[in-house]
Write a protein that binds this ligand. Structure first.
Ligand code: FMN
Length: 449
């Protein structure tokens, strides 16, 4: 049996990183000068002070009514104080039945004031920590969890197509009904109402989430959905996303619209978006690029690119050292995963050079991420370095970089998947290593039989 390609992080410096990348025959750029990450950029008339973005990260810590809870406020205070120019708020359901877990944020008329307080707190803490000129850009991610709906803690899948890949492990029977066109039409209205509420709460933008296999993402891959205005052709599969984006632009003044898309699901055709039909599992980015071009309108000043499905191929979207309990590590070096994310993002950025893209895939690089990010941004392969798990582990990493010129290796994410594990176990999530007092306990509670 051949040895697994998967390895834990053991890279000390630039020379080792480049040697490892060379050995694996992947492109991972590196810049000694990280100054470009501290250059401002204008997005929709707002000056964003730097090129760091906190990626959307569900904390699973809302109140029963979907409003932000105490730990939600704490997480965003830490992100805000940390100095990123852009904070992309986590997946927030547009309707209670579309939640991925009972503690997922869900915006409504009844709780919009709590979201307003969260926005006000985030802006105030960012200014307090980084100075009055630090105008942080705030985006709310709007979602319907689709096949991953668990609004009351039990799976209640809402599917757009049957998938020979994803249905069997989830126990979804062939007779399970698909969400109808009429229900999808109604959902457009739910997105519009949620966007109106987000504007009232004070967010700068809303993201019509189209990544990671949730409903709008699944629609993009609904090749086998027949006799439907939402399946088959590219026009139909992209319809919900593009129509919702257009309606928000038209009807909700004062807020811009964007999307986080999975440019490549890593799931073979005809069940995955951005998949090469002739050569699975290779990507074919023609459609994702066309989608980016269609989204690129004056009302959509930004795009966030991710890949993969966290339930099916988590190493695609979040390269790690350790998998969650019961899962085997993939037979792939995490640096290959990082390079895939960088390459696909660069290809999309190349297709829409005037549309700033937020890139993903930096946390596994630990203390070396700023140098890789600077090389990416400096060469126009993305406009922002997006941080997911790193923001949980090391929320003040941008401030440290600005003030000390380097990161403290002992504070970085270690790619242990502890945050994902808590989420899968039904707890409130964060970093079990660097924020142990709170999340160590959440982890242990969730792991108890
Ligand atoms: C616990 C957890 C929650 C997440 N929640 C979201 C989410 O709400 N929306 C989203 O688009 N991605 C979500 N992600 C994915 C991250 O935004 C990010 O793409 C991923 O962690 C890879 O980036 P990283 O390598 O910097 O961690 C989540 C990831 C984790 C680990």
């Amino acid at each position: 049996m051949s040895r697994s390609q998967h390895k834990r992080f053991k890279i000390k410096d630039k020379a080792e990183l480049l040697r490892q990348a060379g050995k694996l025959a992947v492109d991972v750029p590196f810049s000694n000068d990280i100054g470009v990450l501290f250059t401002p950029i204008d997005i929709a008339g707002r000056r964003v002070p730097n090129r760091f973005a906190v990626q959307p990260m569900e904390g699973c810590d809302s109140e029963f009514d979907g409003s932000p809870g105490e730990l939600t406020f704490r997480r965003y205070r830490r992100f805000a104080a940390g100095g990123s120019g852009l904070i992309w708020f986590e997946a927030t359901a547009v309707a209670p039945e579309g939640r991925a877990n009972p503690a997922q944020l869900c915006i409504s008329n009844a709780n919009v004031d709590a979201f307003r307080r969260l926005v006000e707190q985030t802006r105030a803490v960012a200014r307090e920590s980084m100075g009055d000129a630090h105008g942080v850009l705030l985006i709310l991610q709007l979602t319907h969890a689709g096949r991953y709906c668990r609004p009351d803690g039990t799976p209640r899948p809402v599917i757009a197509h049957h998938s020979a890949i994803l249905d069997p492990p989830m126990g979804i029977a062939p007779a399970h009904p698909l969400i109808s066109d009429e229900e999808l039409d109604r959902l457009r209205e739910a997105y519009l109402s949620a966007a109106e509420l987000a504007a009232a709460a004070g967010f700068d933008g809303v993201d019509v989430k189209a990544c990671h296999g949730y409903l709008v993402s699944e629609l993009l891959a609904s090749f086998t959905r027949t006799n439907s205005r939402y399946g088959g052709s590219f026009e139909n599969r992209a319809r919900l996303l593009l129509e919702v984006a257009a309606r928000i632009r038209e009807k909700v003044p004062g807020i811009f619209v964007t999307s986080r898309i999975s440019a490549h699901d890593g799931i073979p055709h005809p069940y995955g978006f951005g998949a090469d039909a002739a050569e699975p599992p290779a990507e074919d980015l023609a459609e994702p690029k066309e989608l980016a071009r269609r989204l690129h309108t004056p009302g959509c000043p930004l795009l966030n690119v991710s890949i993969g499905n966290p339930y099916y191929n988590p190493h695609y979207g979040r390269p790690f050292d350790l998998p969650i309990a019961g899962a085997k590590p993939p037979n792939e070096h995490p640096l290959v995963g990082v390079a895939r994310l960088l390459r696909i993002t660069a290809e999309l950025q190349h297709a829409v050079p005037d549309l700033p893209i937020v890139g993903t895939g930096y946390s596994w690089l630990r203390h070396l991420f700023p140098n890789v990010g600077a090389a990416v941004v400096g060469s126009g392969k993305a406009a922002f370095v997006g941080l997911g798990r790193q923001a949980f582990a090391y929320p003040d990493c941008v401030k440290d970089l600005a003030e000390k010129g380097a990161l403290i290796p002992e504070k970085t994410c270690v790619g242990c998947s502890g945050c994902t594990q808590i989420m899968r176990d039904g707890g409130s999530t964060g970093c079990i290593v660097r924020d142990r007092e709170i999340y160590g306990e959440q982890y242990r509670t969730g792991r108890r039989p």
